[in-house]
Design a protein around this ligand. Structure first.
Ligand code: UD1
Ligand code: MG
Length: 451
């Protein structure tokens, strides 16, 4: 049994008033269409087809090989959009699920139920509806006397009586494929100049083929994004859903309303996420950590039992029992070993701090390799950039870097060495050696570069 999804994403999304195609606007860190693709995975057996049009290149670039792409050159309506997939799909699928890419809250389970409904339907199509007092421009469901569906009337074509109907078309359908292609060729152009997919309902009913319409209970799931007001509604609903998923898997979120976790983030159990925390991108957090409050983490991997207080982390790796913050910053390539401590106003970039390194206050460590149990005194700076290139600092184990030391790279400091407070170190230091001093003095006349 082959089941293929067609996702409609060719519309401009005029009401978004944006240069970005509507389906690429992010929700919980992923483009709207990503969420739609996730939802259809479980109910289909084949690679989905996405109909692109407005901003086709950008949408195609995002999709990569996650979907088969079909171009709808002119956006002549949702019926016309589906028809563009005929050549690719005719005779190759038993069922076709059609959804709109602007409904990111629709759940996988809901679509699975939709497919199940159609499998047991004697007719040729099944669809989802919702009861709501706020019509949001959706198509209205006209039912026959006995309660079966008669047609979908688009708002632009509805009579005043029909406008009062509170059962709305969600915009997700499952068709018997063979019938669908034939029906789409028979859909007439609307007064708006568009071919409506929704007109297939009437064609089925006329042929005596019952249309199954399942009324959805969760109105939130049916939000279609047409404006940025809807976008914000969806963002909030998605955030609630993501936070609940983590809480139900054993993560404590002290204040879900101020906790922003993107869809791609993973968190282990017994981790506590404190208020006003943002977890972005490919962040993976282990078990038993305390994250936040007031923390922003992106594309970072954190082990177990770490404490990250009021800090900003981007592209970093923390092993176990790391303690950082408040006001610490890790940038790309920062790697903190077990039991490392980075205190207030510490910044680390492209550097490895081995197990047990302590860096309590006001320091910058860039392009450095620091051995186990070394102490970095307050105010230590790796002078890693000479205005043209970055240079490396290598510090051994059990080194004591005195407060306010300037480490002028490239530089190597042997294990067990010490530097005195205020030292400016520009020559390699042998193991177990104490170095001090080097006040600034004129050593040469500089020639300014022409601007
Ligand atoms: C559509 C439905 C309406 C339903 C509502 C739910 C039709 C005719 N109407 O209306 O009954 O209640 O969704 O949200 O189907 N698209 C294309 N090519 C086109 C036109 C649209 O790919 O030529 C895509 C859009 O990118 C969008 C989706 O189809 O993802 C729906 O189009 P949209 O203009 O948002 O339709 P609605 O007016 O919301
Ligand atoms: Mg819409």
């Amino acid at each position: 049994m082959k089941i293929t999804a067609i996702l409609l994403a060719a519309g401009q999304g005029t009401r978004m008033k944006s240069n970005l195609p509507k389906v690429l606007h992010p929700i919980a860190g992923q483009p709207m269409i990503w969420h739609a693709l996730q939802a259809i995975k479980d109910s289909t057996t084949e690679k989905p087809i996405v109909i692109v049009g407005y901003g086709a290149q950008k949408v195609t670039d995002f999709l990569g090989d996650s979907a088969q792409i079909v171009l709808q050159e002119h956006q002549l309506g949702t019926g016309h959009a589906v028809l563009q997939a005929e050549t690719l799909l005719k005779g190759k699928s038993d069922y076709v699920v059609v959804c709109y890419a602007d409904m990111p809250l629709l759940r996988a389970e809901t679509l699975q139920q939709l497919v199940e409904t159609q499998k047991s339907n004697k007719g040729v199509m099944s669809m989802l509806t919702v009861l709501s007092e706020d019509p949001r421009g959706f198509g209205r469901i006209v039912r026959q006397q006995g309660g079966t569906v008669q047609s979908i009337v688009e708002e632009s074509a509805a009579t005043p009586e029909q406008l009062k109907i509170n059962e709305l078309n969600v915009g997700a359908y499952c068709f018997n494929a063979d019938w669908l292609w034939d029906a789409l060729h028979r859909v007439q152009v609307s007064p708006k100049g568009e071919y409506f997919l929704t007109d297939t309902v009437e064609l089925a009913v006329q042929a005596g083929l019952p249309v199954q319409a399942t009324v959805m209970k969760d109105v939130l799931e049916t939000i279609g994004v047409n404006t940025r007001v809807h976008l914000a509604e969806v963002e909030t609903a998605m955030r609630v859903r993501i936070n609940q998923m983590h809480m139900l898997s054993g993560v404590t979120i002290q204040d879900p309303s101020s906790t922003y976790i993107e869809a791609s983030v993973l968190i282990g159990k017994d981790t506590v996420v404190m208020p006003n925390t943002y977890l972005h991108g490919k962040t993976v957090i282990g078990e038993g950590n305390i994250i936040g409050p007031n923390t922003i983490i992106r594309d970072t991997k954190i082990g177990n039992r770490c404490k990250v207080l009021m800090s900003v982390l981007d592209g970093a790796l923390l092993e176990d029992e790391v303690d950082m913050g408040p006001f610490a910053r890790l940038r790309k390539g920062a790697h903190l070993g077990n039991h490392v401590h980075v205190g207030n106003f510490g910044e680390v970039k492209d550097s490895h701090l081995a197990d047990g390194v302590k860096m309590g206050h006001f320091s910058y460590i860039g392009n450095a390799e620091i051995g186990a149990n070394t102490n970095i005194g307050a105010g230590t700076i790796t002078c890693n950039y000479d205005g043209e290139a970055k240079h490396k600092t290598e510090i051994g184990e059990d080194v004591f870097i005195g407060s306010d030391t300037m480490l002028v790279a490239p530089l190597t400091i042997g294990s067990g060495a010490r530097t005195g407070a205020g030292a400016v170190v520009n020559k390699n230091v042998a193991a177990d050696t104490l170095v001090v001093g080097m006040p600034a003095r004129a050593i040469k006349k500089l020639i300014r570069k022409a601007k």
